[in-house]
Design a protein around this ligand. Structure first.
Ligand code: SF4
Length: 201
């Protein structure tokens, strides 16, 4: 339902009037909210947006998220959320949400929906090809080396590196401890050295 400018002014004027008469609306607001979430199942989660990791209470009814709010029992955020965390229910309740992988061909202008299996196979193929093409077993670098007469000289030496510089990996604040552990094992086994985290960008 749309609210005209006139309706808005009437409404906000009324609210100011009630407040100015000394009527505390907080209990009524809390009651209205309690009614809305009365039959909802309550679970907790962590905000996925940044590494602060604020706690969120999620209310679900009939398989649908009907409310999210700051978790007062969370030791980090103690019930507070920033604007992004406060709107987190929009991640699921949003008609424009992208629910399938999207693919745009090299040089193409249009995005098209693809299946997860196809997308994962394609990513795996490209990662493997990029790694194989760029993998280095040794690399040369200059190091200071002490000479017989005691002077230091820059000397080029070869080191075993077993790495690729062609692929970078970026982590997410939405990953938990175990996911990070497995990811690190996997990407380091491929020889990646450019490993970063979204929170540092
Ligand atoms: S985006 Fe906001 S609510 Fe979410 S974890 Fe970061 S500070 Fe907390």
């Amino acid at each position: 339902m749309g609210v005209s400018r006139r309706d808005f002014l009437k409404l906000s004027g009324g609210t100011v009037l009630v407040a100015s008469l000394g009527v505390n609306l907080d209990p009524a607001k809390a009651y209205a909210k309690d009614l809305r979430i009365k039959n909802a199942k309550q679970t907790t989660t962590i905000c996925p947006y940044c590494s602060v990791g604020c706690g969120i209470v999620v209310y679900v009814e009939n398989g649908k998220v009907i409310n999210t709010e700051g978790d007062p029992d969370h030791p980090i955020s103690e019930g507070t959320l920033c604007a992004k965390g406060s709107s987190v229910s929009q991640l699921v309740n949003n008609d424009t949400r992208v629910k399938k992988p999207m693919y745009r061909e090299p040089g193409g202008a249009a995005w098209k929906e693809v299946e997860w299996d196809w997308a994962l196979d394609r990513i795996a193929r490209l990662v493997k090809d990029a790694r194989d093409k760029s993998f280095k077993t040794v690399s040369k670098a200059k190091v200071k080396e002490k000479q017989a007469d005691g002077t230091m000289l820059d000397v080029e030496k070869e080191f075993v590196v077993n790495r690729t510089d062609a692929i970078a990996h970026i982590g997410s604040a939405a990953l938990d401890n175990e996911e990070c552990y497995i990811l690190q094992k996997m990407i380091r086994s491929w020889g990646l050295v450019h490993i970063e985290h979204q929170a540092r960008i």
